[in-house]
Design a protein around this ligand. Structure first.
Ligand SMILES: [Zn+2]
Length: 534
């Protein structure tokens, strides 16, 4: 067989699972100048700078994570161990409407970082970008994985309308569409929304449909954390998302799509919405994370009117007794959001920095209430004020009984929703991909290995419009994972969420080994990916 005479990396003896869903087959995979070459098992080049014997192991394309909160923390800690040790070679950031570009005014960028500190952190880096092009360029300096950036609709709203809860009008909508068009030309992969997170959550269905239409004209898609509080709080939020795609004539991707034990109906009702829309000709896909633990910023517990006007206005209201009274009434009526029936006892706090609060790390809100003799409203408001808004929460999330329906569904992919803050983040941050390969594929045989790998590689690449990655084929970018299918497993649990998985032996990013024999090499070959060019 014809091939290069000399290669940088030669992987022999492995079972090749190429990401397309095709059956595994023996083969030789090599990398030269960051590109792949596939060959028969017996093929050998004259020279190989490095040879890996992958006997009894699987060689697959690197995994693509459709939902990560690593966008800022990776600039401070580019080794990104929790993710690359899972086999992730590309992750999507700028999700939940919370992207960090474009921001014309630096004050707005810094205010936005503060507002979202309980979710994405507030690392000590120079926030020195404004356009999407300049922001994306920061990832060309190198980190463990490649980054694909979404434009958050919050950034567009802040730029065109401001921080208040005001409807878009013709002029401001045109401004948002122009900013989005430019961002997509500069390499962003689509538009994201997070309809629990102001100010993006102040957008109407029509406004989001209009942005989706703009994205669709460029061949890009709408990635959404839906408006969970809408209507029946079960199916209606997803109906709105699909309606946005229908009116906007564009593709819709439902992120962290899952079923809770407390939902009034079964998972087939949720998945039925996707199947129904697809049967009607729409392009609707989703991702899920395989973990029972959800996580976001504590701020999500407060009504959205508190957050209108941005973080300075929010801090004023947190300290204002009249505002607290109003919050107290609303919380009494509504209870804790995104928790199990046990409410505040199901909400674990984290990511504290102030010495006086460190004792609350990983404790429940109910415990803090009991030990301080204050109610939920005062505890939440006081902690947010003391911590400059940067408090995280972990609550129960997907129901383990119904999670397999989502993992197995043909248009389901993986979005880890990885968060990196606090002593005990959700175990999804360290264990998502290995848990699927170990538990759902090997132990429970819920889906084939080839199908699972397809859902982790070529399917998300197709969703993103990423042509250079997602399958093992000649000339593709050399993003690879080599794992032991008999040993791969997640070790991350609620009690010990920061444990690395077993069985992920080698991870190659752009032709360079980042994980070698299960250990991080320190190499930082990842870079920014750009829509239309990668
Ligand atoms: Zn998220």
């Amino acid at each position: 067989m014809i091939g290069p005479d000399a290669v940088d990396l030669l992987i022999t003896g492995g079972s090749v699972v190429d990401g397309s869903g095709a059956p595994a087959h023996p083969g030789t995979v090599s990398c030269l100048d960051g590109r792949l070459h596939l060959a028969d098992p017996g093929w050998r080049p004259a020279q190989s700078a490095r040879v890996i014997d992958a006997t009894d192991m699987v060689v697959a394309p690197g995994f693509i994570d459709l939902h990560s909160h690593g966008g800022l923390v990776i600039l401070a800690d580019p080794r990104h161990e929790p993710k690359v040790r899972q086999g992730v070679t590309t992750e999507v950031v700028g999700v939940d409407g919370n992207g960090y570009a474009p921001f014309v005014r630096r004050d707005d960028l810094m205010a936005f970082v503060e507002l979202n500190a309980g979710l994405d952190g507030r690392p000590d880096i120079s926030y020195d970008w404004s356009s999407v092009a300049s922001y994306i360029g920061r990832y060309d300096a190198g980190q463990a994985v490649n980054l694909a950036v979404m434009v958050g609709n919050s950034a567009l709203r802040i730029g065109a309308i401001g921080w208040e809860d005001e409807p878009a009008v013709e002029g401001t909508l045109a401004d948002m569409r122009a900013m989005l068009r430019e961002a997509l030309e500069e390499g962003a992969f689509g538009i994201s929304s997070g309809l629990d997170y102001p100010p993006g959550s102040f957008a109407s269905t029509d406004e989001l449909a209009s942005l989706t239409k703009e994205a669709a004209r460029a061949g890009a898609f709408y990635h959404t954390h839906v408006r969970y509080g809408l209507g029946d709080r079960f199916l209606d939020p997803f109906r709105e998302a699909i309606e946005i795609g229908r009116r906007g004539e564009g593709a819709v991707h439902l992120t962290h799509f899952y079923h809770r034990e407390t939902h009034p109906g079964g998972p087939e009702l949720l998945l039925g919405l996707v199947d129904e829309a697809r049967a009607a000709g729409m392009d609707v896909t989703f991702d899920s994370y395989p973990s029972e633990w959800a996580s976001t910023r504590l701020l999500i517990q407060l009504p959205q009117w508190m957050q209108a006007g941005g973080p300075a206005a929010l801090r004023d209201r947190l300290a204002d007794p009249a505002a607290r009274r109003k919050v107290r009434e609303e919380l009494a009526a509504r209870g804790a959001a995104y928790t199990a029936a046990s409410g505040w006892a199901d909400l674990r706090l984290g990511a504290f920095h102030r010495p006086e609060n460190l004792g609350w790390e990983s404790r429940t809100l109910a415990e803090v209430m009991r030990e301080t003799g204050r109610d939920a409203t005062d505890v939440i408001c006081d902690l947010l004020l003391a911590e400059d808004l940067g408090v995280a929460q972990v609550t129960s999330g997907p129901w383990s009984e119904t999670l397999p329906h989502f993992v197995r569904h043909p248009v389901g992919m993986v979005g880890t929703d990885s968060t990196f803050l606090g002593e005990k983040p959700s175990p999804r941050t360290y264990g998502s991909f290995p848990r699927i390969l170990g538990q759902f594929v090997r132990d429970e045989q819920l889906l084939s290995l080839e199908e699972a790998v397809r859902k982790m590689t070529s399917a998300p690449a197709a969703r993103l419009g990423l042509r250079s990655r997602g399958t093992l084929a000649d000339g593709k970018a050399a993003d690879l994972v080599v794992f032991d299918p008999s040993r791969v497993r997640s070790n991350a649990t609620y009690e010990e969420p920061r444990r690395y998985p077993d069985g992920i032996e080698y991870v190659v990013v752009n032709g360079t080994l980042v994980i070698d024999g299960g250990e991080h090499t320190g190499a930082l070959p990842g870079r920014a990916l750009r829509r239309g060019r990668d």
